[in-house]
Design a binder for this molecule. Sequence first.
Ligand SMILES: [Fe+2]
Length: 264
Amino acid sequence: MLWLYILLGCLGGAALIALFVWFSNNLITITHYKISSEKAPERGVKILHVSDLHGKAFGTDNKRLVKKAKKLAPDIIAVTGDIIHKYRPDDMAVALATVCWLSKVAPVYYVSGNHEMRSTRYREFKRELEIAGATVLDGEYREVCGITVAGVNCAKIKSGGYFSLCCGEGFNLLLAHLPQYIDKYALAGFDLTLCGHAHGGQWRLPFTHIGIYAPGQGLFPKYASGVHSCGNMRQVISRGLGNSQCPLRLFNRPELVMIELEKE
Ligand SMILES: [Fe+2]
């Protein structure tokens, strides 16, 4: 009889672990930040930050994700790259459907990540993103809701492809996939930068915000999530929604970030 109790105990333990892993990878959490600035417009701006989807679907056409976005009622949606996975061509359909639905919630501004840059179909994908309703910021900027939103192609981050994009006396927001260049973004004069890429460290130590690994930063990365400061600039890093090399997240649920930019 003892063997039966041991077997049931093992099965129950395995089921609990499987449930925990499923929740860790499929339940979206929303993180709210308030950013105050003298340069912010009087009425403020609500920015929904979406990153590193990697073709993941939270329900058909990402309906669960879109429903959350709708509820948050953002003024703009900033997508900071790696919406696809470089080796999974099917991801493009999921990514395009998601952008299409998100663009019905609020104007979508997109910059590429390293996965789009490594895709042989990026040029075609960029056109399709625009048809789906996104504004692709590939070394460009737009005036939106009283602020300037600039975006840099991931391949041009190292060479400083954003230095000419900061302009005027108003509030300058930069969308750039890689977070580890924070000092350069600050040097370029931006007030706020939104980044992704690090996936929060992919696995995090339980009950802490300490991530294990991020590409480009190695073990225990400094820039993996949260809000960081460099001079007068703030940088918000999304933990992202999907997975790339490492197929599972642990203690690191998929994240949507809601930023309320307000007048100081
Ligand atoms: Fe990335």
